[in-house]
Write a protein that binds this ligand. Structure first.
Ligand code: GMT
Length: 379
């Protein structure tokens, strides 16, 4: 198949999933064309089946905001037409699904029928998408997609709750390439951070409000009173300054490190004892899956789709949003020498269920079904 993938090229989860999906499809022999405004973060190597088409955003003194969606739709039209694509797969509804709709209509006027699959990732539904300033366009473009997938059952449910959707939505969960995470433990790294064999707690995110990084710091503050431990915070974003301030106020700075953005997150995760993801909303929690793939138990909130991944009491615990007391108790339970090995083992076993080899065939089957349906309807 020749597949066009449209995504955000940044560190965000949807961009990572889209890039890893494209790479896995290319390995299977499909030709994959990425269409986005910058080279995706994890696509900096040569493969005979991978192509990258940069969206050219022209600015003009009249535009306060250059019309990205138009440039994207134009690029999609050209790539579909000149590369002979079989399907367009857009990740994150805003603005990719509506740009795909526009491209589809233009291509129709050229006598080309292109099936469009939209994958809903999370905040495109639960936060940004349902805002009245976007909702009509999001509803329309989801309904006009030829196939729609969501990354969890909870996100599927939220989509039907927030929007008037006539389409069926297929749940295809996020995945991981376990081989990438099977790296050797960097023991020297662990010794440098935890010289006295302290327990290592890790959080990775884009430091937005929805991630509730303050809960991570509060839980660490409580845990550290009982168990000698260190905290690594990976990532960057709007809340970081505030979080650094909170550490200073609580006096936890000497045991906390803010690492900023990090590409090889598996190197940190491979030496962690506990991963924290206390988000207010989280459709799936790819960061938690990455931790589990490194044999790290997960302490999460029970928001959104996280409990579909992190099984309460088995691979970690899932507490109510903002329940610092509960999170602290569960953290101490997991970190005890008696319990930790079991949680680690079960976290890895669960991650294996989400290996790319299990999930990729589901996308391939969905593409096939969508192409057949679209082409038969257009006859
Ligand atoms: O909203 C974000 O944090 C970014 C967003 C994205 O599109 O990059 O992440 C969402 O998609 C990820 C990949 O499917 C999921 O693992 C995240 O749970 C989801 N984030 C939220 O729902 C908050």
């Amino acid at each position: 198949m020749k597949i066009g993938i449209v995504c955000y090229p940044t560190f965000g989860g949807s961009g990572v999933v889209a890039t890893e999906l494209g790479k896995a499809l290319a390995k299977e022999g499909h030709q994959v064309h990425f269409v986005t405004y910058r080279q995706p973060t994890r696509l900096d190597f040569f493969s005979e089946n991978l192509f990258y088409h940069e969206v050219d955003i022209k600015s003009y003194p009249l535009f306060e905001h250059a019309p990205y969606e138009l440039a994207l739709a134009s690029k999609m039209v050209n790539v579909v037409k000149y590369e002979g694509l079989d399907l367009l797969h857009v990740h994150y509804a805003i603005p990719h699904a509506s740009a795909a709709y526009m491209a589809k209509q233009i291509l129709k006027s050229h006598g080309i029928e292109i099936p469009v699959v939209t994958t809903l990732h999370g905040t495109d539904i639960t936060l940004v998408g349902k805002d009245p300033s976007y909702e009509p366009v999001v509803t329309f473009s989801i309904n006009e997609s030829d196939g729609v997938t969501a990354v969890s059952e909870d996100l599927k449910k939220a989509t039907y709750e927030h929007f008037d959707i006539k389409n069926g939505i297929e749940v295809i969960p996020n995945f991981i390439d376990l081989d990438r995470f099977k790296k050797q433990k960097k023991e020297h790294f662990k010794r440098a951070i935890c010289p006295n064999d302290e327990k290592l707690l890790v959080h990775t995110s884009n430091f937005r409000k929805v991630k509730r990084v303050e809960d991570v710091i509060q839980v660490f503050y409580e845990v550290r009173k009982v168990v000698p431990s260190k905290l690594l915070l990976v990532g960057d974003g709007p809340e970081r300054d505030k979080m650094e301030r909170l550490c200073r106020e609580l006096g936890t700075c000497e045991d906390t490190r803010f690492l900023g953005k990090l590409e090889a997150v598996e190197e940190v995760l491979s030496v962690a004892d506990l991963f924290l993801i206390p988000s207010e909303k989280e459709s799936f929690g790819l960061a938690a899956l990455e931790a589990m793939a490194c044999e790290v138990p997960v302490l999460s909130s029970n928001a959104g789709g996280i409990p579909e991944l992190n099984i309460d009491g088995v691979t970690g615990f899932a507490c109510d949003v903002g329940d610092i007391k509960g999170l602290t108790e569960k953290a101490l339970h997991i970190l005890s020498d008696k319990n930790l090995p079991g949680f680690k083992k079960r976290a890895l076993a669960r991650a294996k269920e989400f290996d790319v080899s299990n999930i990729l065939p589901r996308y391939e089957a969905f593409y096939k079904k969508t192409i057949e349906k679209t082409l038969s309807l257009s006859k």
